[in-house]
Ligand binder design. Structure first.
Ligand code: ZN
Ligand code: ZN
Length: 344
């Protein structure tokens, strides 16, 4: 059997790169030669040991990837060897109430590839054929590794229904916050990004965003001044913090849509009175649907995502441990990629 390099999570903040077998793709599977794989916030949670019960101590993580098709299994007709692709890393059951109603992305029994199964931090990866999206000619494979997080942002903005000319506040300027801001601006929104970290604020300003540091300025006053006391039509809560949740209702216009993007580890306190008083709407948004991937591919292909600014680090697979440690020590970096292989 073909031997490959693969990075295994072994618990206790440790990844080890080891030789592994690469089996031929089974029926309905595609064997992918991985180019790049981004480190997601979720992968950092794995590194920190918060997800040991879910992933175990023998897991190959990674889902923000780009690849070239190496081989296809029996019955696969949607892709062919040599094509450049990304994976939409969801494997829904197809039979639960959510799947039956057409919401397979939030399947009750969802398997997330690269957490519940092995993922892309290995040179060859067998993925279900139904998860693949083919990339347009000429798209760089490092940029393509951003498509998964960009698709998250596309889903958030689509769920919000951002319209041209609307005032938008994005609370939290990490990788997803910055991508939500870019996609909301692309949809025609007047975007303000709120973030407390000065390094991230500098990056956001370099990308042309108006920014507020709510530790130094009162966000509500700034938004009221900008909008003639109206407030923001759309608010994205991406910070996962109590101050962020306080701000999301404080800055909201009458009948504003508030989109909950962040994963709140603790139940935050929410000012329900504002939902009554201003007839606010709260919208949950989780992962993505196929059309969000299609949109993300177009945005990255057209250069609308400032990929070279968002990608702040690239390391070889052999240095995956150092890459996780570096990101842990400097969480203000935006997106770190692992160069898993060189398939092109
Ligand atoms: Zn991710
Ligand atoms: Zn299901």
């Amino acid at each position: 059997m073909t031997k490959i390099d693969a990075a295994f999570y072994r618990g206790n903040r440790t990844f080890t790169v080891e030789q592994a077998d690469a089996p031929a793709p089974g029926p309905g599977e595609v064997q992918l030669r991985i180019a790049y794989c981004g480190i997601c916030g979720t992968d950092m949670h794995v590194f920190h040991g918060n997800m040991d019960a879910r992933v175990g101590l023998n897991r190959i993580v990674g889902h923000e990837m780009s690849a070239v098709v190496a081989a296809v299994g029996e019955g696969v007709t949607n892709v062919a060897p040599g094509q450049n692709v990304v994976v939409r890393p969801l494997d829904p059951c197809g039979t639960c109430p959510a799947c039956k109603r057409g919401h397979a992305h939030i399947c009750h029994n969802q398997k997330f590839l690269g957490l519940d199964t092995d993922g892309a931090m290995q040179e060859l990866w067998n993925a279900p054929a139904h998860t693949l999206h083919i990339l347009p000619d000429g798209m760089r494979l490092d940029h393509a590794a951003l498509i998964e997080p960009v698709a998250v942002a596309c889903h958030d903005v689509r769920m919000a229904g951002v319209q041209p000319g609307e005032d938008v506040v994005v609370i939290g300027g990490g990788p997803i916050g910055v991508l939500v801001a870019m996609v909301a601006r692309e949809a025609g929104g007047n975007v303000v990004l709120s973030e407390v970290n000065e390094t991230r604020l500098e990056i956001a300003r370099a990308l042309g965003f108006d920014t507020v540091n709510p530790a130094k300025e009162d966000l509500k006053s700034v938004i009221e001044a900008r909008t003639g006391t109206k407030g923001a039509d759309v608010v994205f809560e991406v910070s996962g913090s109590q101050p962020g949740v306080d701000a999301m209702t404080a800055v909201a216009a009458t009948r504003a849509r508030i989109v909950m993007v962040a994963i709140h580890a603790k139940k935050p306190q929410v000012d329900m009175f504002q939902f009554f008083w201003r007839e606010l709407k709260l919208i949950g948004a989780r992962v993505y649907e196929p059309e969000d991937y299609d949109k993300a591919i177009v945005l990255v292909a057209e250069g609308k995502i400032a990929s070279d600014t968002v990608i702040t680090d690239v390391s070889p697979l052999a240095d995956i441990q150092k890459a996780f440690e570096a990101l842990d020590a400097s969480p203000t970096a935006l997106k770190s990629l692992i160069k898993v292989g060189d398939p092109a």
